[in-house]
Design a protein around this ligand. Structure first.
Ligand code: MIC
Ligand code: SF4
Length: 643
C-alpha cells in the first residue's frame, strides 16, 4: 500500500507509536515557531524545563500580535522574548518584520520537515509541503527541548482539484468552498491533502491561503505536494537548496475524497459569525458595507496585495468605507514600496497599517456599531473584531478591493478584464530584522529581561482521588477559544499574567463566570460539540485552571484545545450519551467518585449530579502518556518527573 504525503513525513519523523489511525503517535519536530501573544508563556515554560539551548533545527520567535503598545506590557514581553531567544538559541523576528506564518513561509519553511507553532494557523507551511501543526505553547516548549510532539494519527482526506480558477476567483474561494462542504468541525482528526491536476495551477502563496484556513475546518493540518512550483518559489526566495520533491504514491489510500472543479467556483464570503457560513458574493451583491480590511496571515502576500493595488489604481475608496491594509511581511511591504504599488494604495485612500496581525486579533480598526466589515482574514467569530455587534464577512482580496471602491458587496468577476500578476523571479531578500541567537560560548552572558507584568506559570497539583465540584458554566455548540479567553487590544497585554487575564475568562458568554468560579473553588464546565475550536491559545486552559476548573464535560472537543486542557491538568470528558447534556444545569453540585482510580484502570467516568440525583456516564479517552500527564497534574509536572 502506498503512502499519502503526510504519511511519508510522519513515517520519517515517527518517534513512538504506529501509524494506525486513531492511535497516539509521537513525532520528531524539526522547526518551531512562536508569536508574542502565546510566546511569553511558551518561553516561561521552556525556562522552567531547564534546557539550556533549543534542540530543534530551527526555532523562530515572531513579534506580530501584540504590537499596539498602549502601555509597558507588550513592549516588556517583546524584550523578554528577545532576550530569551538570544540566550537559548532561537532566531528572533523583530516587530515590523511581519506575521509569523507569512515570514516563516518566505524565509524558513522547508518541504518535508515538521513544524509546530504556538498558533493555530501554523498549517500555512503546508503550502510548501511541510507537516505544519498548531499546538499549545507548552507543546512547543517541549519540542524546543527536543521532546516529541504527540498527536492522534489522523484520517487522510484528499481534496482533488481539477480545472483552473476563472479570472478574479481566488484561492480564498477554494478554501471557503471546502469549508462550505466540510463545516468547522468536518476536519477534526483529519489531515487534508490537496492533489489533482488543478494543483499545478496554484502558486505557493495561493496554496498557503488554502492550508492556512484549513485551521477553520478543525483539521490537524493541510498539505500540498512539493513540486516545480514550490521549487520556483524557494528559488525566488534565494533558497532553492531547501527544495525536495514530495508527492503521494499513486496507490495511497484516503479515508475520504472530495472533488472540486476550480473552474466552477465563484467568489464567496463566510458570513457572520462562522467561517463555514458561506454564501456567494452574487447573493450578497449590492448590500452596503462600512469597512474593508485586507491582510492577515491568510491573504497578505505579495501576490494578494499586488492584485489589490491593481484594482485600486486610479480609483478612490468609497466615501462611506474605511479601507485598512496590513502587508504580511516586510518583504511584501518593501517590494510594494519599491515598485510603486504602495503609492497606488495610498493614493486610493487606503489606511496602511504595520505588517502585523492588527485588526484580525482586534488590535485596532474595530468596526462601527453593527458595522459591516469585509475582511480577507480567516476568522469571523462574534466579537473578535472588538465590536460586539460587528458583522464580519470573510472574503478574497479581489472581492474586498472591488467592494471598497463601490461601497457595496461587489462580485469581482464584474470588474472586466483580469489583471495578470506574476510571482517575481526574485523576491527582495533582506533578513536584517531577524536577530540570530548568541553563540554557545556567549549565551551564558545574556541576561533575560522581565517586566512586572510577567507572572510565573500557574502551579498545578496531581489529580485528586475524587472530584467534588459545581457546574460553574453551561455553554452550547462550537464554543471558540475567543469565547473562553477573548483577545483584543485591552486583554491581550495580559497574556503574560494569568491571574489578571483570568478575570476575562468566558466573560463574553457570562460576565459573572470568573467571580463565580473563584467563589466555588472547584468547578466543572459543561459544553456542546466542537468545544474549544479556533485559536491555539493555551490561556483558554490556563485561565480556567487558575479559576479552579477541574474538568470540562462536553459533547466533543477541538483538537488543540483538548491537548491544552490535558497539558494544564484539566480533565477532558465527553458525554457517553449526548442527550445527558440536558441533565446538568448551572450551579448543580457534581461528584466524580474515584475518578483517579478509573483513569488509572480505564473505563467510563461516573458523574453524579448530587442536585438532581442523576448519574451521567462520561468518556475520558486518555491513553498511556496523556493519562500520566493528567495524573501528574499537567505536562510541566509530568516533564519534570520524567526528565
Ligand atoms: C488567532 O488567530 O486566534 C491567534 C491570535 O493567532 C491565535 C493565537 C493566540 O490567541 O495567541 C491562534 O490562532 O492560535
Ligand atoms: Fe495573526 Fe490573525 Fe493570523 Fe492569528 S489569524 S496569526 S491573529 S493574522
Amino acid at each position: 500500500m502506498g503512502y499519502t504525503i503526510a504519511q511519508k513525513i510522519i513515517k520519517n519523523h515517527l518517534l513512538s507509536g504506529e501509524m494506525v489511525t486513531g492511535t497516539d503517535i509521537g513525532l520528531r519536530i524539526d522547526q518551531t515557531l512562536t508569536q508574542d501573544a502565546t510566546g511569553t508563556m511558551a518561553y516561561l515554560e521552556f525556562e522552567a524545563m531547564g534546557v539550556p539551548r533549543v534542540k530543534t533545527e530551527k526555532s523562530v520567535a515572531y513579534i506580530d500580535h501584540n504590537t499596539l503598545q498602549t502601555g509597558f506590557e507588550n513592549a516588556d514581553d517583546h524584550r523578554f522574548i528577545q532576550t530569551v531567544c538570544k540566550k537559548h538559541g532561537i532566531y528572533f523576528s523583530r516587530p515590523g518584520n511581519g506575521i509569523c506564518h507569512q515570514v516563516h513561509l518566505e524565509r524558513f519553511g522547508k518541504p518535508g520537515k515538521t513544524l509546530i507553532g504556538s498558533d493555530s494557523h501554523t498549517p500555512t507551511g503546508g503550502g510548501i509541503g511541510m507537516l505544519a501543526m498548531g499546538a499549545g505553547g507548552l507543546d512547543v516548549a517541549v519540542a524546543m527541548g527536543g521532546g516529541a510532539y504527540y498527536i492522534t494519527m489522523p484520517k487522510m482526506v484528499r481534496v482533488n482539484l481539477t480545472g483552473k480558477l476563472r479570472p478574479w476567483v481566488s484561492a480564498k474561494d477554494v478554501i471557503l468552498e471546502v469549508l462550505r462542504i466540510m463545516s468547522v468541525k468536518g476536519g477534526v482528526g483529519k489531515i487534508i491533502e490537496y492533489g489533482g491536476e488543478g494543483v499545478k495551477t496554484l502558486t505557493v502563496p495561493e496554496r498557503a491561503t488554502i492550508t492556512n484556513m484549513g485551521a477553520e475546518l478543525g483539521a490537524t493540518t493541510s498539505i500540498f505536494p512539493s513540486d516545480e512550483i514550490t521549487r520556483e518559489f524557494l528559488k525566488a526566495q534565494g533558497r532553492e537548496e531547501d527544495y525536495t520533491e514530495l508527492s503521494s504514491d499513486p496507490d495511497a489510500v484516503y479515508d475520504e475524497v472530495i472533488d472540486i472543479d476550480l473552474s466552477a467556483l465563484k467568489p464567496m464570503a463566510a458570513c457572520p459569525h462562522s467561517p463555514d457560513n458561506v454564501k456567494t458574493i452574487e447573493d450578497l451583491a449590492g448590500g452596503k458595507i462600512d469597512q474593508v480590511c485586507i491582510g492577515s496571515c491568510t491573504n497578505s502576500s505579495y501576490l494578494d496585495l499586488m492584485r489589490v493595488a491593481a484594482i485600486l489604481k486610479g480609483k478612490t475608496v468609497h466615501p462611506d468605507v474605511s479601507l485598512a491594509i496590513a502587508p504580511g511581511s516586510k518583504q511584501v511591504y518593501n517590494m510594494l514600496a519599491l515598485n510603486g504599488a504602495l503609492g497606488d494604495l495610498i493614493a486610493a485612500g487606503a489606511r496602511i497599517l504595520e505588517c502585523a496581525c492588527g485588526p484580525c486579533i482586534g488590535m485596532g480598526q474595530s468596526p462601527n456599531s453593527k458595522g459591516i466589515s469585509l475582511r480577507t482574514f480567516n476568522r469571523n467569530f462574534e466579537g473578535r473584531s472588538g465590536t460586539a455587534d460587528g458583522q464580519i464577512y470573510l472574503v478574497s482580496p479581489e472581492t474586498a478591493a472591488a467592494s471598497a471602491i463601490t461601497g457595496v458587496f461587489t462580485d469581482p468577476t464584474t470588474l472586466g478584464e483580469e489583471v495578470k500578476i506574476e510571482l517575481p523571479e526574485k523576491f527582495l531578500i533582506n533578513d536584517n530584522m531577524v536577530t540570530p541567537p548568541a553563540s554557545e560560548e556567549d549565551m551564558d552572558k545574556v541576561e533575560v529581561l522581565r517586566g512586572p507584568n510577567i507572572k510565573p506559570f500557574p502551579t498545578t497539583k496531581p489529580m485528586e482521588d475524587t472530584i467534588n465540584a459545581s457546574c460553574a458554566l453551561k455553554v452550547g455548540d462550537n464554543i471558540t477559544t475567543d469565547h473562553i479567553m477573548p483577545a483584543g487590544a485591552k486583554i491581550l497585554p495580559l497574556r503574560s499574567n494569568i491571574p489578571a487575564i483570568s478575570n476575562y475568562c468566558f466573560t463574553v458568554c457570562d460576565k459573572d463566570f470568573p467571580e463565580r468560579a473563584k467563589m466555588l473553588g472547584s468547578s466543572v464546565i459543561v459544553g456542546g460539540a466542537n468545544y474549544g475550536q479556533g485559536s491555539s491559545r493555551e490561556h483558554a486552559a490556563l485561565a480556567p485552571l487558575y479559576l479552579g476548573v477541574k474538568a470540562v464535560l462536553v459533547k466533543s472537543f477541538a483538537r488543540i484545545h483538548r491537548s491544552n486542557l490535558i497539558n494544564a491538568g484539566i480533565l477532558p470528558l465527553t458525554f457517553v450519551n449526548e442527550s445527558d447534556y440536558d441533565k446538568i444545569s448551572l450551579g448543580d453540585e457534581l461528584v466524580l467518585p474515584d475518578v483517579k482510580k478509573i483513569i488509572l484502570e480505564g473505563g467510563d467516568v461516573v458523574v453524579e449530579n448530587v442536585t438532581t440525583g442523576e448519574k451521567i456516564m462520561a468518556k475520558c479517552e486518555l491513553t498511556g502518556r496523556t493519562r500520566d500527564i493528567i495524573l501528574a497534574g499537567g505536562l510541566l509536572n509530568y516533564t519534570k518527573e520524567n526528565s
